[in-house]
Design a protein around this ligand. Structure first.
Ligand code: 3PG
Length: 212
């Protein structure tokens, strides 16, 4: 499997980040590293996304930085130019997926249904996002659909929290979980980076405990 995807599996929980101001990118990146979750999926929901990816990638080589909520090929290009090492989308947009494959950048599009999964398989993908995880049936749904598609791994995101992350991570169908609970917007805007580090440490411990 691709090295970046391997690394995401190793980290186990991928912080899904909304940054409103690129000035927060550096302290946030440092907090993630210190907390033992050296990864950030920076969502293209704000104007600060591109610049934040650039700042993190240029200054924090030990942080694995990717782009989330990538809806267009143009956003994928801007993310990669800024230094993103992986692309995540909420749904499976064939144009975006093909574009990322052509550019040789790992892409995890969001899927829920067997039809969407089969599209992902046609592209040769090994890992997909399962989104929104909890409202779409959670682990029970992953187990049910996953049984039919033995080679595919899922990154459940949406509704994952410290109380259910371990259960997801224990499943051999789950590649890694995505979640925003440790990097909530209000914590970032309040500059509560120590608290973010603490929450990351707790999350990293959950990963460790499930992989003993
Ligand atoms: C998102 O796209 O915002 C992610 O699904 C995060 O979901 P969460 O806030 O429930 O972790």
């Amino acid at each position: 499997m691709n090295q970046i995807l391997e690394k995401m599996h190793e980290i186990g929980i991928i912080p899904v980040v909304v940054l409103n101001d690129a000035k927060d990118a550096l302290p946030l990146g440092k907090a993630l590293i210190e907390g033992g979750l050296p990864c950030a999926e920076i969502t293209f929901r704000t104007k600060a996304a591109e610049e934040s990816i650039r700042i993190m990638s240029e200054n924090l080589p030990e942080l694995l930085v990717g782009a989330g909520t990538v809806l267009t090929t143009d956003q994928a290009d801007r993310a990669v130019l800024s230094g993103a090492k992986f692309i995540v989308s909420p749904g499976l947009n064939p144009k975006v997926v093909q574009h990322c494959i052509d550019k040789n950048i790992p892409v995890a599009p969001g899927v829920v249904t067997p039809g969407e999964i089969e599209k992902a398989l046609e592209f040769g993908l090994k890992v997909v996002k399962f989104f929104p995880a909890e409202p779409s049936g959670g682990l029970a749904m992953i187990r049910a659909v996953g049984a039919a598609y033995t080679a595919l791994k899922f990154m459940p995101t949406g509704g994952i929290h410290p109380g259910n992350a371990a259960e997801y991570l224990k499943s051999d169908k789950v590649h890694a979980c995505g979640g925003s609970w440790m990097v909530k917007e209000d914590l970032i805007t309040a500059g509560a980076f120590d608290r973010i580090t603490e929450l990351c440490k707790e999350a990293a411990q959950i990963v460790k405990d499930t992989r003993k």
